[in-house]
Design a protein around this ligand. Structure first.
Ligand code: PMP
Length: 416
């Protein structure tokens, strides 16, 4: 085991075994083989700190927030609002009120499409999304465009899986009101050149939404340095629980936007003659929130903050480089997506094998990957592939995981 640890460490500072020890789920066998979890783009595993924070909440201070006249409710409210501070610092938000709790990235995008979109998009306006996008960053805009008589226009990509920047520039004019792109592609791992995209969009007066679902676990995000107008992400892809996520927005825009959902907590006063709405962030947080989820997400961020994030970047880069090296020696394997700047994802096809068969045969050997279109059907169509097999890495993966994955692939080839 010690030998494995040494081999798995990609640099002096990052102790991957120490990190793995915090993730109890990783230490198990699947179908008689040690689990090699390479489906981190779908969801990440949870460290003890998160599991314990949720358990502590339910065991010790479960209570509704903001409204109770008792000590348990005070404790829950303090933890809940402290979590907002934690997230605000995590994304470098000027104010904590700019952090809105949502169920995930999907709801963050829907909130903006619904609330900002219906008030700022009109007939003949244009919304741009890249061809790389997850369906979550396409469909809400498509619904909005159809309703308002606007146009949803895909930004073309190159065969490498990069956004075609000259083509993007050519699409920009004053009718473009929203540009919504991912920070990192879930299907190919492409890290998009956001600063260029955002400044070009702003130059024609468009607002920019960044889908950060696949970015936050891999590297630090600074919404002010990026200069975007909105940023969304999901807790479960950041070592936190499912069902909780974040919309970050510019304060002036959020203030102008009408509520998305009506209900308790989002009102200042309610009467049959009319209702006035609460201030940020509560205006967008109708109903009892996912309190345990919020507390779990903050625990995930606190845990991540104990680690050296530059060391994580170096470790994950080492894993991907190693993966690419072994891929070159793997006959019949064709990489899908070869952008220069990739985070966390290795997408590929195996000659003569359907991706879902590859996934099933890998699972029989304890290797968890995802197969199919990865909720990015327009991308698959643009690349002219039926889908891919996707191995997606996280900070707790090791070089040994990469080796096991390729050894399992060799066996897959014997069956196909
Ligand atoms: N965008 C991207 C890039 C994603 O990878 C995902 C999840 N696969 C989503 C949006 C949607 O996230 P959620 O399902 O957590 O709302």
């Amino acid at each position: 085991m010690i030998a494995t640890v040494t081999k798995s460490m990609s640099n002096d500072v990052f102790n991957v075994q120490k990190v793995r020890d915090e993730f109890p789920i990783l230490d198990q066998e699947i179908n008689g083989h040690p689990l090699v979890y390479l489906d981190n783009a779908a969801t990440t595993q949870k460290p003890n700190a998160v599991i314990e924070a949720i358990s502590d909440y339910y065991r010790g201070y479960n209570s509704n927030v903001h409204r109770g006249a008792h000590s348990l409710s005070d404790r829950a409210t303090v933890a809940f609002e402290h979590a907002r501070d934690t997230v605000a610092k995590f994304v470098c938000s000027p104010k904590k009120e700019q952090v809105i709790w949502t169920r995930g990235t999907t709801e963050a995008i829907n909130l903006v499409a619904h609330s900002w979109g219906r008030n700022n998009i009109g007939a003949g306006d244009k919304i741009l999304v890249s061809t790389l996008e997850h369906h979550s960053n396409i469909v809400p805009w498509q619904i909005l465009a159809e309703e308002m008589g606007a146009q949803l226009i895909p930004i073309p990509i190159l065969t490498t899986g990069d956004i075609d920047i000259p083509a993007f520039s050519a699409l920009l004019d004053e009718r473009v009101k929203m540009v919504s792109v991912g920070h990192v592609s879930n299907a190919l791992g492409t890290v998009n050149p956001l600063k260029n995209i955002i400044s070009a969009a702003h130059a024609v007066g468009a607002k920019v939404f960044i889908d950060g679902a696949q970015a936050v676990a891999h590297f630090p995000v600074d919404v002010q340095a990026l200069g975007c107008d909105f940023y969304g992400f999901s807790g479960h892809k950041l070592f936190g629980p499912t069902g909780i996520g974040v919309l970050w927005g510019r304060e002036a825009l959020l203030n102008e936007m009408p509520p998305y959902h009506g209900g308790g907590e989002m009102i200042e006063s309610c009467s049959f003659s009319g209702t006035t709405f609460n201030v940020l962030p509560y205006k967008f947080e109708a109903g009892t929130p996912d309190i345990a989820g919020v507390i779990g997400l903050a625990a995930a961020i606190d845990y991540l903050n104990t680690l050296d994030r530059n060391a994580i970047i170096a470790h994950e880069r080492d894993l991907l480089t190693y993966c690419h090296q072994l891929a070159e020696k793997c006959s019949g394997l064709k990489r899908v997506g070869e952008a220069e700047n990739i985070a966390g994802v290795f997408s590929f096809l195996l000659d003569g094998a359907h991706p879902s068969d590859v996934g099933m045969l890998l699972d029989q050997q304890g290797v968890a990957v995802r197969t199919g279109h990865h909720c990015a059907q327009p991308l698959m169509e643009a690349l002219n592939v039926p889908g891919t097999v996707r191995a997606s890495f996280s900070m707790y993966n090791t070089r040994e995981d990469v080796e096991r994955f390729f050894a399992a692939l060799e066996k897959v080839k014997q069956f196909i």
